[in-house]
Design a protein around this ligand. Structure first.
Ligand code: ACO
Length: 343
């Protein structure tokens, strides 16, 4: 059985930087820079221009990851696309990415499978578990795994929506998961979910139990109430469960692999909230200088947070071959996961 390792990383964030003060000045949101920074650590985020979707961001991240892996896009045997903000209800963004990468063009079109992962902030780790299992099975040599989100077009950027709207940003991260005979790569992954909390953090938009699934006005035009259209969250409950589940997921990784945090060089936590991550680190006595963070600059980019962190850490030289790293995420569903990788 081959090992599955991350052979290339890439990321892309849109150039438009939106500071906390711009949320106040440009969108008239009743908030303060201090409120947001103290509770979340977020100083700014990126917003896409009109007309840009998650698969557009994903193309840039994916091309970088493929180049860094030293392979051709035609070597990719499968696409796994994690997002909670696909362009449309269906199909998912994976096929859009496939087409935009040019994998359907010309005589060398590959028509590789494109799988969409819908596990929100845990999407990248659910995707990594899937990609590494595909590679270890021997069926696929290189899997392109992407996390990409366009949140800004679906945020209630007003005082009414401030609790959620101040947290999120747009971006994409990508990795190539490849087969190797070297003694390195994904050493284990551990995933979980608790459907009792499925309604605690949601963006419902429609309800297919109802006929019609979106209420219609007299002209037959769908009417979506703001509570259905925009994400709703019980922030305190999310916070408590995030802390508990992230600690649990890391403990599982430690015990399954016989590790302590001293043996782990760097930790890549999902970037939802700096306070959540620092609290988890303090509970586990993880020194803060082992935490890789970028929430200050990008906010929460959901499925993209961990692959963007990885790509930035590789680019800056902080993450090097031979290091042992741990990743952990928690998100809507609730869902969570952890993974240990020998880089
Ligand atoms: N600016 C100013 N005031 C605000 C803002 C804002 N951006 N947002 C909310 N408030 C107000 C509320 O209206 C409320 O006012 P009131 O007391 O007059 O009603 C007050 O602040 C307190 O609101 P809470 O929601 O209770 O604030 P809390 O201290 O819980 O902080 C926060 C909110 C930061 C969202 C926190 O609950 C949290 O971090 N939760 C974790 C959620 C999270 O990270 N979600 C990300 C997605 S899930 C994931 O990726 C894991």
């Amino acid at each position: 059985m081959p090992n599955a390792y991350i052979s290339g990383t890439g990321f892309f964030v849109p150039p438009n930087v939106v500071s906390n003060d711009q949320l106040i000045n440009d969108f008239n949101i009743d908030t303060t820079n201090e409120w947001i920074v103290q509770r979340t650590g977020i100083e700014e985020r990126r917003f896409v221009d009109n007309g840009v979707g998650p698969s557009d961001l994903a193309v840039c991240a994916a091309e970088q990851a493929i180049a860094n892996a030293g392979i051709s896009k035609h070597d990719i045997g499968m696409i796994v696309f994690a997002t909670l903000s696909p362009e449309h209800s269906f199909p998912g963004s994976g096929v859009h990415l496939q087409r935009k990468l040019g994998l359907c063009d010309g005589a060398d079109a590959t028509f590789v499978p494109a799988l969409d992962v819908r596990n929100q902030c845990s999407g990248f780790l659910y995707g990594l578990a899937t990609a590494s299992s595909m590679v270890q099975s021997g069926n696929v040599k290189h899997v392109l795994l992407v996390g990409a989100e366009v949140h800004s077009h679906a945020l209630d950027l007003s005082t009414r929506g401030r609790t959620v709207a101040t947290l999120f940003g747009d971006g994409a991260g990508a990795v190539v998961v490849s087969a190797t005979d070297e003694d390195r790569g994904v050493r284990g992954w551990w995933l979980g979910a608790d459907g009792r909390h499925a309604d605690v953090l949601t963006q419902k938009i429609w309800d297919t139990r109802q006929k019609p699934f979106i209420p219609l006005d007299e002209q037959g035009v769908g009417q979506v109430h703001p509570e259905m259209m925009f994400a709703q969250m019980d922030g305190k409950l999310v916070f408590r469960n995030a802390v508990e589940r992230m600690i649990g997921a890391l403990f599982t990784a430690y015990s399954k692999k016989g590790l302590t945090h001293e043996q782990i060089d760097l930790f890549f936590f999902h970037q939802a909230n700096l306070r959540i991550n620092q609290y988890v680190a303090d509970q586990l006595k993880i020194p803060h200088d082992k935490l890789v963070s970028n929430i200050q600059r990008y906010g929460n980019t959901t499925a993209a947070t961990i692959p963007i962190l990885l790509a930035e850490a590789v680019e800056s030289g902080r993450l090097k071959k031979g290091m042992k790293i741990a990743m952990v995420a928690f998100g809507a569903g609730f869902t969570w996961g952890s993974a240990v990788v020998d880089w």
